[in-house]
Design a protein around this ligand. Structure first.
Ligand code: ADP
Ligand code: ZN
Ligand code: MG
Length: 479
């Protein structure tokens, strides 16, 4: 049987507020355990929560940036469950009337364009963190609870089951990450758990329009794990179905060491959570004017920025997509172009040598030792013919190490391109004299033979000869 995969994601993103969602405790990551706590986030009796205004603002911005309708009347609900990471024994979340609904984002996979619909975005508090004495809860004698994360604000972004491959799910999550970074509401550091996804996967026969039974993998916090877990789950489910079995609706965990998903528990239904209205918080009422103000405050978003790079600078869709996938990279690109560099050449350097060096040194583009201005200066030297594109690679490495200006490096290291015929005439004559075979071939009509001669001249001048000039001189001398 041929199956089609059906995938829906619930993405949790911690918001980058200074303080927690219902109290004034700090949200800083990595603090000593249980130092950012107070009676409110510890759920002590008799305390009352107060909503952090900034959380509502960030959630509305996320909704607007993903084409959602903002609910002017929204409220909190209690999601009840009993587990030590939540001292109140319920999570203050939104159920009935979330802050935002019915949005969409566009993704491109292998040149195919697709729209993924968002069901909703709601606000909630994060839970604490259990630290087991062993590696897993099963082989531990005891577990400690760190409540620093309890009450850190989250938005949960729920998609419709609109994706049908691991690549599409990844592209969707990358798009959401990029949007949240652009609007500056989350740090999106997946390795710190700022951004994580629950993935829901089911199969159905190709052509069918009804949904199959799904399984859910929680807290996936890398793009690799996301793709691997989905691909594994698609294969596992296909095998079960092919053998005439039924998929059990359950929560599974992704085991990255073994590269498999494992059954964890049967899936709870909404009614298991006994959702009920949160009586301690008033509804959140947002006026149409306030919403419009938030809309106006949004920056240029990734898709618009990408289109701008295509339209104004003639970048390819692919290149523009890479440059704008991160706001910091897009800003770096704009800065290089503002300094007068040719956009396509700037894009090539950013996606090539710059990205390669950043990856190798584990740096973000904001930490690049080569500033946008320096890269633009170097591109200007190529433009003027002071250095060749090949020498530029050496200059780039030197800039990376010393942070010096490119013209200083060129002067110090004597890397100026030779554009004066008299300076290389001797070398050209020498190479002609030493390569009678290539010369004869060229003269007999094999024009390609000139390449070997150019190569030798470039080598003899350590790459400093202007290749065009060398070609001209050879053609002239050989008739
Ligand atoms: P929860 O998992 O918390 O009970 P929902 O019922 O709203 O919440 O579903 C969560 C996610 O599961 C959504 O992203 C939705 O698109 C996805 N989903 C629902 N049904 C299926 C299905 N049959 N196959 C794949 N994904 C599904
Ligand atoms: Zn607190
Ligand atoms: Mg779920």
């Amino acid at each position: 049987m041929d199956y089609e995969a059906v995938i829906g994601l619930e993405i949790h993103s911690e918001l980058k507020t200074n303080t927690k969602i219902f109290c004034g405790c700090a949200t800083t990551f990595g603090a000593e355990q249980n130092t950012h706590v107070c009676p409110v986030c510890l759920g002590l009796p008799g305390v009352l929560p107060t909503i952090n205004r900034r959380v509502v603002e960030f959630a509305i911005k996320a909704g607007l940036a993903t084409n959602c309708t903002i609910n002017q009347y929204s409220k909190f609900d209690r999601k009840n469950y009993y587990y030590p990471d939540l001292p109140k024994n319920w999570q203050t979340s939104q159920y009935e009337l979330p802050i935002a609904e019915h949005g969409w984002v566009d993704i491109d996979v292998d040149g195919q364009h697709k729209r993924v619909r968002l069901t909703r975005i709601h606000m909630e508090e994060d839970a604490g963190k259990l630290v087991h004495s062993g590696t897993t809860i099963k082989d531990s004698d005891s577990s400690n609870v760190d409540y620093n994360r309890t009450g850190v604000p989250l938005i949960e972004i729920v998609s419709e089951p609109d994706m049908s491959s691991a690549a599409e799910a990844r592209a969707y999550m990358e798009k959401i990450k990029s949007i949240l970074e652009y609007i500056d509401v989350s740090n999106c550091r997946m390795e710190e758990g700022n951004l994580r996804a629950d993935i829901n996967v089911s199969l159905r026969p190709v052509g069918s329009t009804t949904l199959g039974t799904r399984t859910e993998m929680k807290n996936i916090n890398s793009f690799k794990a996301l793709e691997d877990a989905i691909n594994y789950e698609i294969e596992r489910q296909a095998e079960v179905l092919d053998e005439g079995g039924k998929i059990v609706q359950e929560t599974r965990t992704w085991n990255p060491e073994r590269g498999i998903t494992q059954s964890m528990r049967s899936k709870e239904e909404a009614h298991d959570y006994r959702y009920m209205p949160e009586p301690d918080l008033p509804p959140i009422i947002t006026s149409a004017e306030e919403i419009e103000e938030f809309r106006r405050s949004l920056p240029e978003l990734p898709d618009a920025r990408r289109q701008r790079l295509i339209n104004s600078f003639g970048l390819s869709e692919y290149d523009a997509g890479i440059i704008t996938s991160s706001r910091a990279m897009a800003e770096y690109f704009d800065a290089v172009v503002d300094e007068g560099a040719d956009p396509k050449i700037a894009a090539n350097w950013i996606m090539g040598d710059l990205s390669k060096n950043l990856n190798a040194d584990g740096l973000t583009i904001e930490q690049s030792p080569v500033e946008a201005k320096r890269l633009a200066q170097m591109i200007a030297l190529i433009d003027k013919g002071t250095i060749s594109g090949k020498i530029a690679k050496t200059v780039f490495v030197e800039m990376w190490k010393s942070k010096d200006a490119p013209d200083k490096i060129v002067a110090d290291k004597g890397l100026v391109q030779i554009t004066d015929t008299s300076a290389i005439e001797g070398v050209v004559d020498d190479v002609i004299a030493k390569n009678p075979k290539a010369v004869a071939e060229y003269k007999s009509g094999k024009k390609k033979a000139i390449g070997a001669l150019v190569g030798q001249i470039m080598k003899a001048t350590k790459g400093k000869a202007n290749p065009q000039l060398v070609n001209q001189m050879l053609a002239q001398k050989l008739g």
